[in-house]
Ligand binder design. Sequence first.
Ligand code: ADP
Length: 273
Amino acid sequence: VISVSARPIESAAGERGAVAVFHDITDRKHVENELRGFAGVVAHDLKAPLAAIRGYAELIVEALADPDPAAVADALRSAGRVMAGADRMHTLIMELLDYTAARDATMRVEDVGLRELVDDVVTARTDAPDATGCRPDVFVGALPRVRGDRVLLRQVLDNLLGNAIKYTPPGQAPRIDVTARVDGSGAVRVQVADRGIGIPDGEHAAVFDSFHRASNGTAMPGTGLGLAICRRIVERHGGHIEAMPNPGGGTIFVFTVPGVAAERELQDNAHTV
Ligand code: ADP
């Protein structure tokens, strides 16, 4: 996109002409469009929990004016919904912050053991108070050490494992296999395979776009930002990420990290967390 500004000029000798300045504003337009889309989705996604907070707060006020014990029970139920609405807004805000951090945070590159990261993520997720009760069955293969930013790479694994758990039907213990190998070009290829609901054919590439959710996944809470965050982080490490169907049902996510740590040997005691 080019913006042109021009103005007439006249030389000391009386010759007339014009000066035209061409600005390439492609980047600016792109950022403006992205921001507009971003603001639209945020406004839309915050409107519902905010309306719920407002409505249930009113019910609490009404119930408190009523001495009947049934009204108190109603007020407690409403208070629970106020908290749930606030939690949804909090989740969205945290994801927006992660999204900007994934893009802008200064990277601190060091040797990172992928195995410790996976163990840490699984432990944190299964100990979390909001855990759904089904303990995921996570098999961790031999994982090498890589060169990368520990905090950002942990976030990629946290998002992928979190999705594997979230998109496994309730009542079924999530089964996740995390494996890695060094490919022909010397990059580490990390694979996270689940046996969940899968992603419909033709939608595997789009799930990495910000705010995009697959057509079969909208019953679960989510913002569609997690995988966009993953893609940004992986690309900042010089790698790429893709999703594909798991032949056994479910989805496989694969990302590459080109930097292998100096201490190269695989941490090869495969185990289940
Ligand atoms: P969110 O989970 O908040 O919607 P993500 O960006 O993490 O956002 O994922 C985008 C979409 O990709 C999800 O809405 C879901 O439809 C799909 N998806 C992601 N991970 C999986 C998975 N492991 N199994 C099935 N679908 C998935």
